[in-house]
Design a protein around this ligand. Structure first.
Ligand SMILES: Cc1cc2nc3c(=O)[nH]c(=O)nc-3n(C[C@H](O)[C@H](O)[C@H](O)COP(=O)(O)OP(=O)(O)OC[C@H]3O[C@@H](n4cnc5c(N)ncnc54)[C@H](O)[C@@H]3O)c2cc1C
Length: 391
């Protein structure tokens, strides 16, 4: 019979939201248990592009939106953590690029005028030329303008690895989750028959949160899934590129990030508008052909013929919004001891943790003396999509 555990905060879902929150709480002296039913970070987190947005992409809409405001401080907070002197010690996490770039291939000045007028990017965007250009754009045939954004790109698997280290003995592989009720009140969860009592329970299970709420007999907060059809290319001719390529509209037409594969080659991971509605409707072969055509026009000097190609269908999980527009901030809803939310972006994991910590402080929740945890079964690490699809 598994032991009964008492902890301050029980978190369900070990993507970036749960892992980051867990590490913050432990640093503040709270005892925690973090339950994961599949792999650490293996949901959306290791499928993300790793861009720590500061809001520049949203400023393309021309107006300073809520998103631009809330997210503007995230690059600084991540930088401090990566340097080992922030809210978490993330030293050792691999930084893939000091900057993300905005690349305008044609003459779409109207779009960029409002962009540069926006407070979200003022003083944080510099035009780059010549040998300052990203390596993949350094070719005499390159036309267009490139701006360096004060945003960084991180290697997400190494982030997950570090956050798992910071989780200490608190990780628990668990499948079956049921409510633990006392007098009709939720006091914890039963995880694979093991009772875990907690002062607060946080659901940060990404796309799995709706089913968890259902298991607890709840229907709110409602969530939405936003499907994406990402493109992956791996090959010896690919050079590092971290950029939003602008089209005529308010969304980047193509967002390219570059990631190290375990065999030493670079992987281009491509999203943006190409991966949204029209891209979702395309079959994988058609989606690959679309990306090849787009890249062939934009970057004819890059050798794409020797690359291997794949696509990845993945849903973003977010709180329900009208018209599938992007949520602006990390989201947290509260019901008694239960806190439920989505960071809505990898970059906003610190904002998600702030919201939970503010809620604990508001309710006077303090670390209580907790017995040491027994040895718990650990969830495995999530694996990047290209290692599975293009081994
Ligand atoms: C293709 C793509 C690219 C992206 N690029 C970026 C980017 O560049 N920058 C950025 O800021 N954001 C990006 N995002 C968004 C970002 O990835 C997500 O907002 C973020 O990773 C969500 O983290 P999470 O912890 O909420 O969810 P997830 O990473 O999905 O983690 C949820 C975890 O809960 C677990 N779980 C589910 N059900 C249960 C259960 N019943 N019991 C226990 N565990 C459970 C899952 O297995 C999973 O590990 C991207 C998203 C996608 C899909």
């Amino acid at each position: 019979m598994p032991s009964v555990i008492s902890t301050d905060v029980l978190i369900v879902g070990a993507g970036v939201a749960g892992l980051w929150l867990n590490a913050r709480l432990r640093r503040q002296g709270f005892s925690t248990v973090l339950v994961e039913s599949a792999t650490l970070g293996g949901g959306q987190t290791v499928k993300s592009q790793g861009i720590i947005h500061g809001g520049a992409k949203y400023a393309l809409h021309g107006a300073l939106t809520g998103a631009s405001e809330a997210i503007a401080d995230m690059p600084r907070r991540w930088r401090e953590a990566l340097a080992g002197n922030g809210e978490l010690d993330l030293s050792g996490v691999r930084l893939l690029s000091e900057a993300h770039y905005l690349w305008s291939p044609g003459t779409i000045a109207g779009n960029l005028t409002s962009f540069f007028a926006s407070k979200a990017v003022r003083g944080r965007v510099d035009q780059v030329k010549g040998d300052q250009l990203p390596l993949a754009l350094q070719d005499k045939r390159f036309k267009g303008k490139v701006y360096r954004l004060a945003e960084l790109v991180i290697d997400v698997p190494s982030l997950v690895q570090r956050l798992a280290e910071l989780a200490g003995d608190g990780l628990l592989a668990g499948q079956k989750i049921e409510p633990l009720l006392e007098g009709g009140v939720l006091v914890g969860l039963k995880v694979d028959e093991r009772e875990i009592r907690a002062q607060r329970i946080v659901l940060s299970a990404g796309a799995g949160t709706a089913a968890l709420l259902e298991a607890l007999g709840l229907t709110q907060p409602a969530m939405q899934r936003r499907p994406l059809h990402m493109i992956i290319a791996k090959g010896p001719g690919l050079k590092p590129l971290y950029a939003h390529c602008l089209g005529g509209g308010t969304k980047p037409r193509l967002t390219i990030t570059t990631h190290p594969a375990s065999d030493g080659q670079w992987v281009w991971y491509m999203g943006g508008d190409i991966a949204e509605t029209d891209g979702v409707a395309r079959e994988p072969a058609e989606q690959i052909a679309t990306a090849q055509k787009e890249l062939g026009q934009l970057l004819p000097w890059i050798d794409l013929d020797s690359a291997q190609w794949a696509t990845l269908r993945v849903d973003r999980a977010e709180p329900l919004q009208s018209g599938l527009t992007r949520p602006d901030n990390a989201f947290l809803a509260e019901e008694g001891r239960l806190l439920v939310g989505w960071p809505t972006k990898l970059a906003l994991a610190p904002d998600f943790a702030d919201r939970v910590i503010d809620s604990l402080a508001r309710d006077g929740i303090q670390p209580a003396a907790a017995a040491p945890l027994p040895e718990l079964p650990k969830p495995p690490m999530g694996v990047p999509a290209w290692e599975q699809l293009l081994p």
